[in-house]
Design a protein around this ligand. Sequence first.
Ligand code: HEC
Ligand code: HEC
Length: 285
Amino acid sequence: MDPIITRTSTVFALSLCVACIPPAFADPDDNALVIEGVEITTDVAAPADSPFSRLYSGWRFRSPETQALQTDDFDNPAFAAVELGAELWETVDGTEGKSCASCHNEAEESMKGLRASTPKWSEAAGKPQTVQNFVNSCRTERMGADAWKWESGNMLAMTSFIGLQSRGMPVAVKTDGPMETWWQKGKDLYYTRVGQLDLACANCHETNYGMRIRSDHLSQGQINGFPTYRLKWGGLGSIHRRFKGCMDQVRAEPYKRGSDEFLALELYVASRGAGLSVESPAVRN
Ligand code: HEC
Ligand code: HEC
């Protein structure tokens, strides 16, 4: 047996499994996800340079009850926020007397595909930009409005509304050119062991995905569904909130939301999900 797997499984059994039930493997299930008639790719052959042979959306690791919440927008608890996002899109704010719609017209057209391709390079910023970065630069530089906090209700609503315009489209971030150093930085972070438990992202989401830990089923840690409504949070959260939560779990000092570290990590993790459909806004436990 691969000694690394034995080692990390032991770490799991000792430090993560509160009730000390040894971890068990369970494949992602075979359920198919169709949302409002749109087929969602939750399972795709991995690209040649991937550590996986197949990529799986986190949806495939959830219970049938949680899965069902995502199949119908009426049942998806994230849709109250999507509606708020649609309202904010039309709302004039700031000293310039403009709304998002004043310049971008219909989000269904202008924002289509954006979530599938972010983080993406911005010449103006001189670095990759997430959807949140774009929203705030328009607010502060083009509307004369205040920036929204990363995890604020308005930002989650707007990013859910923008994300929805890419639902069903394959994740396809660019990682070449000026993106390459950021991608490499994200990759380094992904494989660096941190915290009191001395675990890297890869120890859970690459080497041990499929394992059952406590009452949870470890996925590949994909981000195609964000912003995601988590039943545990009782609300929506950003990718960076999830990263922070995972770093907290291993008792590491987490990076800040919007930091260059999480930006690099978001780019790298997005690239690991190439070809999976955008599911925003997804539902997880
Ligand atoms: C100790 C194990 C562990 C480590 C280390 C860990 N995570 Fe997680 N992570 C989990 C668990 C458990 C979940 C919830 C079940 C699932 O989706 O895998 C989760 C969920 C996630 C999700 C949500 C997946 C979805 O479909 O919504 C993402 C993204 C994620 N982790 C990224 C990371 C990143 C990036 C790192 C490194 C900074 C990391 N995780 C480190 C255990 C871990
Ligand atoms: C005064 C006009 C103006 C307003 C108002 C405005 N934007 Fe923008 N926005 C732009 C311009 C110009 C760009 C950069 C050019 C481009 O790539 O389309 C841009 C880029 C973006 C991008 C990146 C698009 C891409 O394809 O890279 C997003 C996302 C965005 N804006 C969201 C918003 C949101 C959300 C609002 C409202 C809160 C808003 N914008 C308000 C003019 C505006």
